[in-house]
Structure formats: C-alpha cells, structure tokens
Write a protein that binds this ligand. Structure first.
Ligand code: 26V
Length: 808
C-alpha cells in the first residue's frame, strides 16, 4: 500500500502531545471535543504529508484536469472515512482502544458540514471520493456557507428550523489558500472603449467582493492521490474602502463587510424548487467566477497563453444549471481579460463545459429575470444576449423559418427571463441525465427540441454512491462478513460483490447476515435514544422512507397505508401482521407549506398509534429528527425495507435507493429513476414494484390529470383513512388541522397518490407474507447487497471519464 503509515504508537503519542500543546490537558481531563480535535488533527497530519507529495508531482502534470462545480457538496463527517481511505483503520482502532477511548463517541464530536440539501449535493461528495480513489486529477468547487442546511427540530408535532453554525468550533480539515484570493465584480455599467483598433468592453462603477478559498483534502482510498475540495468565502476587499475609514465612516466600513459576507452566509434550503432570489444569483456567480479565474490562472501557469489548448487540458463540469454562469463568465474572461475574439472564446467554451441535469420538475428549472441579471451582472448579461442572438439565428436557419415556435422554447433569453437550462444545453459539449430513464425523458420530453437539433451531445450515466462510506464505513459488520466470505477484491472492484450470490443458499451465511442486521438495528435504536430519547424494538421489521420531503416523493402514500393498517388492526380482532416500525427521515423546505403539513400528519399518526395499545403491538411510526448524512449512516444499515415511492418519471435517479440496497434492504418502489435499474439487477423476485409506469403517467398528464374522487368512492379502506385526516381521529381538539392535505388529495392529487394506492397496498401485503419466511427474505436481502456493485460511484466516474472527461 503506497500510503504513509502512522503506526499505533506514534498515533497515541500524537494525540497525547496535541492535547498537551493545544489544550494544556492530559487525556484524563480533556473533553470529548478536545479529544476529537487531537485525533482529527493527527489524521490531518497524515493526509497533509500525502497532500504535499501529491501536489509536488501535480506541479509538473501536463494532462487534463477536472473542475467539478456544484453549489452543494454534502460531504458528511470526514474523520472515519479519512482513516478508512488512509488504510489506517486498524492502527487507529488499536491506538484509541489502548488510550481507553470510545471510537464512536469521538466520531460523534465532529460537526457535520451540511453544505447540501439532498441528492445533488451528496452525489457531488461521492464523486469526489471516487475521483480521488481512481486517481483522477480533480478539484471540487463550491461555496463555504457559514450556515449549512438548517437543523430540524420537532416541536409540538411540527418542524422547526434552527440555524446550523457548523463552523463554531473551527474546521480541522480546511486550510486557507490566500495566494488564490481573487475579486468578483457586481453591478456597474459597461462602457465601450476603442483600444488598438479593437472595441473593448469595460465594466465601470462596479462593486467588488473578495473570494477567499479554503481547501479540504480528499484522499483517495489506498492511493497517493489527494484531490481538493475548494470552498469560497466572500468578504469585502480591505483596501478599496479605506476612503470610508478616512472619512470617519468606520461603521459604514463594517456594514460593507457585513453585506459582502452575506454572499457566503447561508445555504438556501430549497430542494427541487427554485425561487428567483437575488442573493442566490449572487452566490452562483460568486463561486463560479472565482473558480474560473483560478482555473484560467492555473492553465496559464501550466501552458501559457495558448488558449486553444484549453479543451484538451481541462473540463469544467457543471452540476445542474446553478454554476451555468460559468459559460458567459468564461467567455468574458477570454475576451475581455485575455483579448480573444468571440468565435475563439465561444469555441473554447463549447468544448470545455459539460452539464448534468438532475431534475425534470418544472418548478426546479432555473430562470432569472433579465432585469435582475442586467442590473447585477451587466457584462454577463450582454454576453448572454449575444449568445442568444447567435443561437436563435442558427435555429432559424435550421428550421428554415425565423418564426418557428420551437425557437422561443429553446431561446436563452425569452419573455423577460434567462433560461439557464437552455443556456447549458446550447453551450456545453455534453448533456447528461442521471439514470437511463431520466436520460430518455430528457431526450423525448424536457429537451426534445434540442435533442433533435444537436443529438450527439446527449447521454445518460446512472448515478452511484461511494461504497467506501456507504458500506465499508457505515456497516462494519457487513463489511467484515463480506471480506471473510469472498475476500477483499470487491473493495477495489465493487462489481465483485456478485461473488456473494452463491452464499444465499448457505444457511450459516444467512444466519450471520441476519445477526448483523439485527445488531445494526440495536445500534440504530441506541442512536435514536441518544438523539431524541426514543427507542425502537429491533424485533420489528424496519420499514424506512428517508429523503427530502416532497409531494412527488409521495410520503403521503406511505402515511395513508399506515392508516389503513391501523384500521385493519382496530377493526378486526383476529388481524395479525409482522410487527413493523415505519421510520421516516425528511426535512421540508421551510417555506413549503404542504410538505410541513405532511410531517405533521406523520407525527400525528405516530402519536395515535402510541396511545392505542392494540395497534402498538404491530405498528410503530418513528419520525427521525434532523435526518442528515450521519443519521443516514446509522439508519440505512438497519433497514429491512426501502421505500422509493416517487411518481414514475419524476425522480431523476435517486441515490438513497442504492444505499439501502447495498446494505441489504429490499426495495418497495415504482419504476422510476434508478429503481428501474435496481430491478434489472436483482430481478423481479427480489424487489417489490408497484404503480403506474412513466409512460402511463405522462399520458395522464397530457389528458389533464384524473379524478381522484372516483378512487375515493370505490375504495372503502382508502376512504376511511382519508376521512380520518379530518374527522378528529388525529386532532381531536382541532379536526381541521390537516384539511388542506385532505382537499389536496381529493380534488387535485397531482402526483397520483390515490391512483397508485391500490397497487401499493397489494405489494405491501406481499412484503408482510414474505417477511414471515425469514429464509426467503434473507435470500432477497443478500441478493440486493450482491447486486449493488454497479451502483458504486467508481463505475459512474469511470463512465463519465470514458464518455465525457477523458482524463488520463
Ligand atoms: C434546485 C435548486 C434551484 C435553485 C438553486 C438551488 C437549488 C438546489 C437544488 C435544486 C434541486 C436539485 C435537484 C436534485 O437534487 N436532484 C436530485 O439529484 C439527485 C442526484 O442526481 C438525484 O438522484 C435525484 O433523483 C434528484 O432529485
């Protein structure tokens, strides 16, 4: 292993030494947090050694580099995964043991950087881990939000948001890179000046913000590569406003500082929803501009001013449209700063930028008012208009008709708005979807006209998850069992998990597998006790739906089904079922009223069951507070059933589905996103598929929806459950509390909850029957783990590289 090994003794010395030097404490009287810091900075020392070496070799590197731009990187905690990737688990485990320290307790001290909302941000983090582990040179670039995603509390049965100031105790993993501080301009106006017989555009009267980079090392597993996650922080430039101090406006100078730092203050808590907030536009331009300035500076250091070489030497990958201003910003830098002409600049950009789409939800597609863009970024707006003019000319030519209605749909600026997705599709060399089904929907629907116009750039690459965090680190029991059974080759080649398949028939293996699952349930129950003073019975089946709360993800389907089960228990004295605990984890965007009502509903159902002794024997509902990466790492290994209920065609891929599968949960899902591919991997006997297919759903939308009342009238069980939402069963004191949900389902139901209910309920009956046959169930669970190798993000990254990036 080419890693720098820190042996057990030097680890122990380092921890004790650090406590002494930095805290003036001995091990005995140090706090858990101080101990965490000492352990983490020991690991950091080890990574730094590698980082220095890697950077040294990287200086002479003349190949291609990837910049992965994402407004979110949901990394989760670093300590455990860093130790794992350094291949030093054994050494640290022994060292901590000998010092009498509890390893899990120390890990828990690390604040979790919540720099993301959900799937898109977590994917970016998995990608970085795989890029490093596959030794591909890459830099992740994002914003250093002072406040990550809000922390969720449940008070009075409702979600309450609390700020997440994750940096309060410092961040062991980051170092500032002052040599790369740069300036980003906002506002002002553009003047044309004539210089050397050329027209130049110069921005005047602008407002400057400084971008300060903080770098976090991303060490690959068992290799020398240490890539960088660069996070940009905003601050007011020191020198520019000295005039303020001289004029005695000290407080104004402080105000400027305050205003500037707003840009990197807080992560917007919106997921699959878009609001045209000016501050968000500032955030996007801020980190995109800073990143491109740095990328260009690095290019010039390596290759001078031979700019036509750029597409050969770097790829700028934009994770959804949020960093899409990279397109006009790159053009601006090449034209205004480096003196290139439009055609050259545009050629370079169109061969350097690659774009991934992550959602087909129309409310999530980014559009900015032209007015806002023109005021905030006047030069960028000019360039956007010119891009638009040229694209529309090409389209008019292509359609042989300047009035063709498709042109307005494909335009970059139209009806007073800038359409970011159109910009990204028109100007990047690659456009990809995140699952096979999603890729098809992009081609046939979302970007249909563009696909017909420029088909070659469209592709689909199915998402993945890093099996290092999502199996090796979070489920050590299962990792050890797998290694003991099939060796450790699967760690480098996760597809080899397939070698587990024959062990489905081995009773001893099944028993071990079951033992681990049960142990994980106990661990989860302990964690829940610690986090929210609740416990769950590990003898119950764990049925889990954990993801952001959204109508299209249909937590309502699950909630209604629980009510139906409750009624069966209460109405029939002879009814029995496998005891099940339904566990939900979900944050709702603070302004998303219906989503918050759904949380209320789930908690109300949970309370109803808890006060009904007969129901409690078979049913429990647990709402896990503040579901985050660490919560997921504890919950997923404990799950038996994974609920993936999105309306077919709406979930671009899903990645939680892959994490559950890898940890031996069986999926209950629609034929949506990557569920389709999970189905193809495990076969129909090892998954529960229900509901309408994507084509049926889109036919229904075309027909203008359906009449949910019809289903209400024909399904007595469902009718009963729906009525209970408003008849005082849940809220005796105020039966109307959730009437909006009731009306929504009965008179609108845009995501077909009632329509798919019957099919869902039938599939759930089969789950109950199958779970009683423990051997059958275990075979299914093992099959899921064994077939999960293709969902490693290592496979995903290799595909991106083969088809899009072409790094070495
Ligand atoms: C939209 C916006 C709009 C304005 C700027 C901030 C912001 C942040 C997030 C979003 C929605 C992001 C879309 C998203 O997270 N999509 C998810 O991406 C996953 C990774 O590809 C995929 O597995 C999920 O199916 C998809 O919902």
């Amino acid at each position: 292993m080419p890693t720098t090994q820190f042996d057990k003794e030097s680890i122990k010395q380092s921890i004790i030494g650090k406590l002494q030097r930095y805290n003036g404490r001995t091990l005995e009287d140090a706090t858990d947090q101080q101990i965490y810091n000492a352990v983490a900075s020991t690991v950091r020392d080890q990574i730094m050694q590698k980082w220095v070496k890697y950077r040294e070799t990287d200086k002479d590197y003349t190949g291609k580099r990837l910049y992965y731009l994402s407004v979110e990187f949901l990394t989760g905690r670093s300590l455990h995964c860093n130790i794992l990737n350094l291949c030093s688990t054994q050494e640290y485990l022994e060292a901590l043991n000998e010092l009498g320290l509890d390893w899990h307790r120390i890990f828990r001290e690390e604040p979790e950087p919540g720099l993301g909302n959900g799937g898109l941000g977590r994917l970016a983090a998995c990608f970085l881990d795989s890029l490093s582990s596959l030794s591909m040179p890459a830099m992740g670039c994002t914003i250093r939000y002072e406040y990550g995603l809000f922390r969720q509390r449940i008070l009075g049965g409702q979600q309450v948001e609390v700020p997440d100031s994750w940096l309060d105790n410092g961040n062991v993993w980051e170092v500032s890179a002052m040599e790369d501080v740069c300036v980003v301009h906002f506002g002002g106006h553009v003047e044309m000046v004539n210089e050397d017989d050329r027209i130049k555009f110069v921005l005047k009267g602008y407002h400057s913000i400084e971008a300060v980079p903080y770098d976090m090392p991303v060490a690959g597993y068992g290799c020398d590569t240490v890539n960088t996650l660069r996070t940009w922080r905003a601050r007011a430039p020191k020198n520019v406003d000295e005039t303020n101090y001289m004029g005695g406006s000290y407080s104004r100078a402080l105000q400027e500082q305050e205003l500037a730092s707003m840009i990197s203050k807080v992560l917007y808590p919106e997921d699959n929803n878009y609001e045209g907030k000016q501050l968000r536009l500032k955030q996007h331009y801020f980190f995109t501009s800073a990143t491109l300035q740095y990328a260009l500076k690095d290019f010039k250091r390596r290759f001078g001013t031979n700019f036509m070489l750029i597409p050969e030497k770097m790829t700028i990958h934009i994770n959804d449209t949020h960093p899409g201003l990279a397109i006009p910003e790159f053009m601006r830098l090449l034209m205004d700063e480096e003196g290139l002409g439009w055609d050259e600049a545009s050629w370079i950009v169109q061969h350097t930028i690659a774009y991934t789409n992550h959602t087909v939800m129309s409310e999530a597609l980014e559009k900015w008012p032209e007015q806002m863009m023109a005021e905030l970024l006047p030069r960028i707006y000019m360039i956007l208009q010119e891009i638009n003019r040229r694209v529309c000319l090409r389209l008019a030519d292509h359609y042989q008709n300047g009035e063709d209605p498709r042109i307005a749909k494909m335009a970059i600026t139209a009806y007073g708005m800038v359409h970011m997705a159109n910009l990204c599709v028109a100007m990047s060399y690659s456009v990809n979807g995140v699952s096979q089904l999603h890729g098809e929907i992009l081609k046939n629907d979302t970007f249909k006209d563009y696909y017909e116009f420029m088909p070659a750039k469209f592709t689909a690459i199915t998402n993945g998850i890093t099996h290092r965090r999502w199996l090796m680190a979070c489920n050590t029991g299962l990792r050890n069992l797998i290694c003991d059974t099939i060796g450790d080759q699967w760690i480098r080649e996760p597809e080899r998990l397939q070698d587990l398949l024959p062990y489905r028939d081995d009773a001893a293996f099944r028993a071990e597998f079951a033992k681990i699952k049960r142990h994980n349930k106990e661990l989860f129950s302990d964690m829940l006790m610690q986090r929210q003073k609740m416990s769950v019975d590990p003898d119950f089946m764990f049925d889990v739906q954990a993801k952001r709360l959204h109508e299209y993800k249909r937590q309502l389907l699950n909630a209604l089904h629980i009510m139906v089960l409750y009624n069966r228990i209460m109405d029939d004295p002879n009814f029995t079922m496998v005891p099940r605990v339904f566990i939900f984890g979900a944050k709702a965007s603070p302004a998303y009223y219906l989503a918050k009502q759904i949380i209320r509903l789930i908690i109300a159902i949970s309370k109803l069951i808890d006060r009904t002794p007969r129901a409690k024997k078979f049913l429990r509902v647990v709402f896990m507070e503040n579901y985050d990466v660490s919560g997921a790492e504890s919950l997923i290994p404990a799950a038996d059933l994974s609920e993936q209920l999105s309306t077919a065609g709406k979930e671009a891929s899903g990645t939680g589905n892959m994490k559950f599968m890898m940890n031996g949960a069986v999926t209950m899902g629609t034929m949506d996103g990557a569920n389709v591919e999970i189905y193809e991997q495990v076969g129909q006997d090892n998954i529960y598929i229900f509901g309408m297919r994507a084509d049926t759903v889109s036919d229904l939308y075309r027909e203008g929806g359906y009449a949910p009342m019809h289903i209400y009238e024909n399904n007595a069980e469902l009718r009963h459950a729906l009525t209970q939402i408003i008849d005082g069963t849940l809220f005796p004191d105020n039966p109307a509390t959730l009437q909006d949900i009731y009306h929504y389902l009965l008179f609108s139901d845009p995501y077909f909850v009632l329509k798919d209910f019957g099919s869902y309920s039938m599939a759930q009956r089969r789950v109950d029957q199958d779970y009683r046959l423990q051997d059958k169930w275990l075979r299914m669970a093992i099959t899921n783990t064994a077939c999960s190798g293709v969902f490693s993000s290592d496979r995903t990254i290799k595909e991106y590289n083969d088809r899009i990036w072409h790094l070495k």
